[in-house]
Ligand binder design. Structure first.
Ligand SMILES: Nc1ncnc2c1ncn2[C@@H]1O[C@H](COP(=O)(O)OP(=O)(O)OP(=O)(O)O)[C@@H](O)[C@H]1O
Length: 624
């Protein structure tokens, strides 16, 4: 017969530190009575309630209850010293089993000075709650509600800026910098009115004079302030951006406080932690997120300046954007240096044929000697090949910050396109070729298109896709080429189809291209990972390129000359200055073998590890 177990009702027991145990004890007693009355299931319940693990849990619970009501204070601040004392006493004590066990326990490595007890002492000796000075008791009744804030000065800056209200003469906290001392204290807020700093009345003082008072203070800084009534709440979510321009607060006359500003360079990933101010955001530079944030101009502020300068520039035909713009005309503060290709003046001489890479389809495709020669010419003379213009070209150029997200390629997704960029002669082709040679099953270059007739030893679709001029021009018209050019009246180009063909075969596609084309290749379909190849110092170049040959217009190559190294260095600097924001990784090609290893591991990481990519690549619908 199943009957419910009845527990004698009793006066409600407060659930204090022993409350739960008491209730359970009563339940156990009730169940015990039920057992004696032979109620079905009571035996089981009784044994469950009496189980040792339940009793132990109750003890832990009771301890935690006690802990919640009491402040944790150390019994002594030097447990490790005491432990050493006990160990030495135990050596002379009678060797009972208890003494031996205690001795053994205290000598265990985790109890010794460097571990548990030492950690205990470090915590015990810290004073986490500095005693604040008592509130003055002679505060007049009519005075506004004041707050006394005491901050303990350390090596860190205060992390707050102040300004003076020119009408009232009041000194107000202008902004509290995220992660700074003031912010972490949680006691100072933007808008708080300062009344006194370390006992000095600040009304009517210049902000610089207040700073001097602060600088003089040693130890604690005591602020007397009228708190702001409505604290602004930062409800914005964290935003990550890639800087598309350089910024130096020290050269920015418009920044409210240069010392609170943060320098950044093109390509830096920034975590925007506060956008409350429409003009001045607070940001941290990744990967160092533990640091205090700094002030940076907001996107709209930079855009406005860009637009002002845009209209002051004469329009240049056939160019989407091609300008070197300065934020401040006087002092050269922010260089916004964008170029969205599509230049129309010169045709770049393009590919002829491979002279040295005819072994198989994988290696021969795309290694075009004459293309490298033409690029060298185009780099030297500032000419450019034709390149594809991104659909979002003008909008992305206008954005000083590009929204980015972490992208971790799913193993079933297509591989990311690997793009190598570098000054002519630096070793881009050599590295690309070697990567394909050591990984022919996994890595491949795209097969270029050409309008020239095929040679006897060439196979359709191996060295080139041989197409008619009409077909080629149709492809140009439909933006199907990443790069194309003309050489000896024949057209040559790298098409998106040929890249997709490699990617769809499940291989990693690797290309090299002129930096002017990077904007056009940065699409969500290709998700390119761009690697910049840099030369080492001229001296190291001289040493490492002793036996290297630079390709020439003739069939015979020649050794490198000092002028080549110099030119390479200059071109590298120019490329970095202009396109650095697009580089996901930089390899200094000093030792060829090391560079190959580095390239291989970088390519793997690009495919298998999370990377920052433009947010529009994962939300293409948002692309405008
Ligand atoms: N780290 C290195 N150490 C020694 N020699 C190198 C190194 N890297 C490349 N080389 C050699 O330098 C020469 C030029 O390299 P490569 O042809 O790859 O240049 P590139 O960057 O493709 O330039 P271009 O576009 O002008 O062809 C080649 O002979 C190559 O073998």
């Amino acid at each position: 017969m199943i009957r419910s177990i009845e527990v004698e009702p009793s006066a409600p027991t407060a659930l204090n530190e022993n409350g739960l145990s008491t209730i359970l004890a009563m339940v156990v007693e009730g169940v015990r009575l039920s057992v004696s009355r032979d109620i079905n299931g009571a035996d089981l319940l009784y044994s469950l309630l009496n189980a040792p693990w339940l009793q132990s849990l109750l003890k832990v619970y009771a301890c935690l209850q006690q802990y919640l009501t009491r402040r944790a204070t150390p019994f002594l601040p030097s447990a490790s010293a005491l432990s050493q004392e006990v160990i030495s006493d135990l050596r002379t004590a009678s060797p009972s089993p208890e003494v031996k066990e205690l001795h053994r326990l205290l000598r265990k490595p985790h109890m010794q000075a460097s571990a548990l007890l030492s950690a205990h002492d470090t915590v015990a000796q810290k004073d986490y709650e500095p005693i604040l000075p008592p509130l003055p008791d002679n505060l007049p009744d009519e005075e506004e509600a004041m707050r006394i804030v005491c901050l303990v000065k350390n090596k860190q800056t205060l992390g707050a800026t102040i300004k003076r209200n020119e009408v009232t003469g009041e000194i107000v906290v202008a902004r509290v910098i995220h992660g700074g001392l003031a912010d972490r204290s949680g006691l100072l807020y933007a808008g708080d009115k300062l009344v006194e700093v370390n006992g000095v009345a600040v009304h009517g003082l210049e902000p610089e004079q207040v700073i001097q008072v602060l600088a003089r203070s040693a130890g604690n800084i005591v602020f007397k302030l009228v708190p702001i009534s409505d604290r602004p709440v930062n409800t914005q979510t964290m935003l990550y951006v890639r800087a598309m321009t350089n910024y130096c607060p020290q050269q920015d006359p418009a920044i409210p406080c240069a010392d609170a500003g943060m320098t950044f360079q093109k390509g830096d990933i920034l975590e925007i932690v506060d956008q409350t101010d429409a003009h001045w955001w607070q940001a941290r530079k990744l990967p160092n997120t533990s640091s205090c944030a700094g002030l940076i101009p907001s996107s709209s502020l930079l855009k406005r300046k860009q637009r002002e300068i845009w209209w002051s520039q004469p329009l240049q035909p056939h160019e989407c954007i091609k300008s070197t713009i300065f934020f401040s005309e006087e002092d050269d503060m922010i260089t916004i240096d964008e170029r969205c290709v599509e230049t129309g003046r010169s045709s770049m001489l393009y590919a002829m044929e491979s002279f040295n890479c005819m072994h198989n389809n994988c290696v021969s495709a795309g290694f075009r000697r004459s293309m490298r020669l033409c690029r060298r010419k185009s780099q030297g003379s500032q000419q450019s090949c034709y390149t594809r213009c991104a659909s979002s070209c003008s909008s992305s150029v206008a954005s000083p910050y590009e929204d980015v997200v972490r992208y971790h390629r799913h193993p079933e997704d297509g591989h990311r396109l690997i793009v190598l960029v570098g000054s002519s002669g630096v070793g881009v082709n050599e590295l690309r070729k070697r990567l394909i040679e050591i990984n022919p099953k996994n890595v491949q270059g795209p097969v270029p298109h050409t309008t020239r007739p095929s040679k006897s030893y060439e196979e359709v679709g191996r060295e080139y896709h041989f197409v008619s001029k009409e077909t080629f021009e149709h492809m140009v018209y439909n933006h199907r080429f990443l790069e194309y050019g003309e050489y000896k009246r024949h057209l040559y180009g790298t098409s998106i189809e040929s890249i997709n063909a490699v990617l769809q075969s499940g291989k990693i596609c690797i290309i090299d291209m002129e930096p002017q084309g990077l904007q056009g290749v940065r699409t969500h379909e290709l998700k390119p990972f761009i690697i910049f190849i840099k030369p080492p110092s001229s001296n190291r170049m001289r040493e490492t390129r002793k036996n290297a040959q630079i390709i020439t217009d003739y069939y015979v190559n020649r050794p490198f000359k000092d002028e080549d190294f110099q030119e390479m260095e200059e071109n590298t600097k120019k490329m970095e200055a202009q396109y650095r924001q697009f580089f996901d990784h930089v390899i200094v090609n000093e030792n060829l073998q090391d560079s190959c290893v580095q390239l291989l591991s970088t390519v793997r990481r690009a495919q298998d590890e999370p990377q920052w990519v433009p947010a529009t690549w994962l939300r293409p619908a948002a692309q405008s």
